[in-house]
Design a protein around this ligand. Structure first.
Ligand code: GAR
Length: 193
């Protein structure tokens, strides 16, 4: 049977993109990484994609007349690369109706909190400021809301007394890099078998 094909969407550093790439290289994640999509033409993730020979599409919303035409351009790239699944990995933009309809039930996201707590931007900072003792990582299906789709997997992270925000971020990202490839594997095989 043909392997499922994924596109990773990222706006920044791309450590989760890199973890997904490495899991595919190690064959712990069985799929084809056909495309990296970024909405930030100077994002660090592009260098990583170039280094790994992952084809990429950098689409800047400002170059389009609307979100719809922006997403239509991305959709064309996804079709050219025969992408089955969209994997959001630090893509800091809401997915609009054009992509949601084309990839209904086939878009997943990772978020650095135990949703529904601390949705939106700077979830780690929000949890730190709130003084909670436990936060974590959530992987969920994407709907039209901000971090509101059905939850697929979660892992808790303790915030110990002496930890600073930077250390908390590192702790959360270590978990993300394990949990995301593992969960992607479960999701894409349960529906494509
Ligand atoms: C990750 O921690 C991810 O959970 C978060 O952005 C970071 C991207 O890091 N996503 C969100 O906050 C989405 N609301 P990376 O570019 O190094 O993978």
């Amino acid at each position: 049977m043909a392997k499922p094909t994924i596109a990773v969407f990222a706006s920044g550093t791309g450590s989760n993109y890199q973890a997904i790439f490495e899991a595919i290289e190690n064959k712990t994640l069985i799929c084809d990484l056909a495309l990296l999509v970024t909405d930030q033409p100077s994002a660090k993730v592009i260098k990583k994609a170039e280094g790994n020979n992952t084809p990429y599409a950098a689409c800047n919303l400002n170059d389009y007349t609307s979100k719809n035409t922006f997403e239509s351009a991305i959709l064309e790239q996804l079709r050219i690369h025969k992408v089955d699944w969209i994997i959001l990995a630090g893509y800091m933009r809401l997915i609009g109706p054009t992509l949601l309809q084309a990839y209904e039930g086939k878009i997943i996201n990772i978020h650095p909190s135990l949703l529904p707590a601390f949705p939106g931007l700077d979830a780690i900072g929000q949890a730190f400021q709130a003084g909670v003792k436990v936060t974590g990582v959530t992987i969920h299906y994407v709907d039209e809301g901000m971090d509101t789709g059905k939850i697929i997997a979660q892992e808790a992270v303790k915030i110990s007394e002496n930890i600073n925000e930077q250390q908390l971020q590192e702790k959360i990202q270590l978990i993300e890099h394990e949990l995301y490839p593992k969960t992607i594997q479960q999701v894409i095989t349960s529906l494509t078998d």
